[in-house]
Design a protein around this ligand. Structure first.
Ligand SMILES: Cc1cc2nc3c(=O)[nH]c(=O)nc-3n(C[C@H](O)[C@H](O)[C@H](O)COP(=O)(O)OP(=O)(O)OC[C@H]3O[C@@H](n4cnc5c(N)ncnc54)[C@H](O)[C@@H]3O)c2cc1C
Length: 475
């Protein structure tokens, strides 16, 4: 990590961090950032939070508001360095991998409870933004899950019926002409499920605003301060960092996809529970008013395709189109945490967008990036004490942690206070996490799942409007 020191204010909140700007469009776009100073002495506190993403900041903020004593947060780089500063910014009521798999695996009742928690999380996120006047470009344009192929319409309708079974009352079914009316009559839209419960925001602005709220509530935040060793001791949990040690009454581990890298006895306990899964983001250049007029899309809603392509796209607040995807340019195995990000994934997504909206033929990609989400073996997020009540571990929301982690912060504060509430009653709380298999079984299993998914996607593309889009790139 290279950090340039600002010579004008030595020793104070003075570090600029331009190297992080390339980590996402949002981190680049939100301008210069002055990180807090790093820890350079030994400290004691009641609550130590490790990790400065949405989960860690929300946990620290709620703990301070709940009067749980002296709260400290340490972040190895700058806050928002992880998935929280690289996410697409969709505030959606999604749980773990996806709601349908949860229903199949855990039954209707648990699936309903999960949905209720997620719904509460999207509302709570909005409440936090509105009540604290946060400027994170939040808007609530909804989501359309779209069939871009007649062959997908029945399956999409099946999904709609499932939503109705579990009481999702924000969705409606749009047949061809109804959905086409939203996009200037574009006949590539065959049918859609419209869901009003989706917000969009700039995740980097959001995470920085949460840091402000946490500090205003009394949390001390140290950046560029990695936890290098974590162990339980009779007098508290001891955490080592390069500049000093911290002894805390209780520790919240909110390092998400980086958790397997933690050292010391506590790190070793947590290592098998989650696996980093690489996901990609990209944004186009700004579209002109004429281009927007040609394609319609006036509602500014997010669009998810019903193919297994992981096509997620939405307009940004500054008139671009952003993508979020895994299939192209992603890799599912635990390896380097900051791999080089090729332009290919973004280019393929753009080629697919042009197949949907031919009027966008001249649009170019402006920025590509990637980051790791945290995958759990059973698709359920982790929110549990580990070993004893002194260590709380929170991770594993896959690609859906933005809203849920705002609410998890409150749940974590209840857990730390050892208070039983409607939040701590949620069935995922204090559930033993499932371990991923040991290497090389782990690697073989993931490669197998990945190649099965790719084969399925290739079948779906054949005969669809996306067939041959890759070759458009060469032309
Ligand atoms: C490309 C992409 C797009 C996504 N899009 C969406 C979306 O649109 N909507 C949605 O809901 N979710 C989305 N997600 C998932 C979402 O971003 C995550 O679920 C969520 O941000 C996780 O928050 P977190 O605080 O748990 O983890 P992170 O934000 O990853 O925070 C963990 C922090 O811990 C720090 N850390 C690691 N090790 C240490 C250490 N040893 N000491 C101190 N600090 C340490 C890291 O630097 C990092 O800042 C996306 C994820 C990716 C990668």
């Amino acid at each position: 990590m290279t950090i340039a020191l600002d010579p004008s204010t030595p020793g104070q909140a003075s570090r600029h961090s331009p190297p992080h700007a390339g980590k996402s469009f949002w981190l680049r776009d939100f301008g210069d950032y002055s990180a807090n100073r790093d820890l350079d002495t030994d400290v004691r506190c009641d609550i130590l939070v490790i990790g400065g993403g949405i989960a860690g900041l929300s946990s620290a903020w709620h703990s301070a508001k709940a009067g749980l004593g002296k709260v400290v947060l340490i972040e190895s780089e700058i806050i928002g360095f992880g998935a929280s500063g690289r996410a697409a910014g969709w505030i959606m009521p999604q749980f773990g991998m996806d709601q349908l798999s949860i229903r199949k695996k855990y039954g209707v009742e648990r699936s309903k409870a999960a949905f209720a928690y997620c719904r509460r999380a999207t509302r709570y996120t909005r409440e936090i933004i509105e009540q604290n006047g946060i400027d994170s470009d939040y808007r609530s344009p909804g989501l359309m899950r779209v069939a871009f192929d007649e062959r997908c319409v029945d399956d999409l309708h099946g999904l709609y019926s499932t939503y109705q079974d579990i009481g999702v009352d924000t969705v409606s079914w749009l047949a061809g002409p109804e959905v086409q009316a939203h996009y200037n009559g574009n006949s590539n839209f065959k049918a859609a499920i419209a869901d009003t419960d989706l917000g969009l925001l700039n995740p980097c602005k959001q995470v920085r605003a949460l840091k402000g709220l946490a500090e205003a509530a009394g949390v001390t935040v140290y950046e560029n301060t990695p936890a290098t060793y974590i162990e339980r001791r009779p007098g508290g949990v001891r955490v080592l960092t390069p500049g000093g040690s911290i002894v805390a009454g209780k520790v919240v581990i909110a390092t998400n996809a980086f958790t397997h890298q933690l050292q010391g006895p506590v790190g070793r306990e947590l290592a098998p529970y989650q696996a980093p899964v690489f996901a990609r983001g990209a944004v186009t250049e700004r579209l002109s008013d004429q281009q927007w007029a040609e394609i319609g899309w006036k509602q500014g809603n997010a669009i998810e395709s019903s193919l297994d392509l992981f096509h997620y796209m939405a307009p940004t607040a500054d008139q671009r189109i952003q993508f979020y995807f895994i299939y192209y340019g992603g890799h599912p195995v635990r390896s380097e945490m900051e791999p080089a990000v090729s332009a290919k994934g973004g280019d393929v997504s753009l080629a697919h967008l042009k197949r949907i909206f031919p009027a966008l033929r001249d649009v170019r990609m402006a920025h590509n990036w990637g980051g790791h989400m945290s995958g759990t073996r059973d698709m359920v997020p982790h929110l549990t004490t580990v070993g004893d009540q002194r260590v709380v571990y929170i991770a594993g929301c896959w690609g859906h942690g933005l809203a849920i982690n705002h609410l998890h912060g409150q749940t974590v504060a209840d857990m730390l206070a050892e208070r039983s509430t409607d939040l701590t009653d949620f069935w995922i709380v204090d559930r033993q996490p499932k371990s991923w298999p040991m290497w090389p079984l782990d690697l073989i299993g993931k490669q197998l799942a990945w190649s099965m998914l790719k084969r399925k996607v290739r079948r779906q593309i054949r005969g669809s409007i996306f067939e041959g889009a890759d070759s458009d790139l060469k032309g």
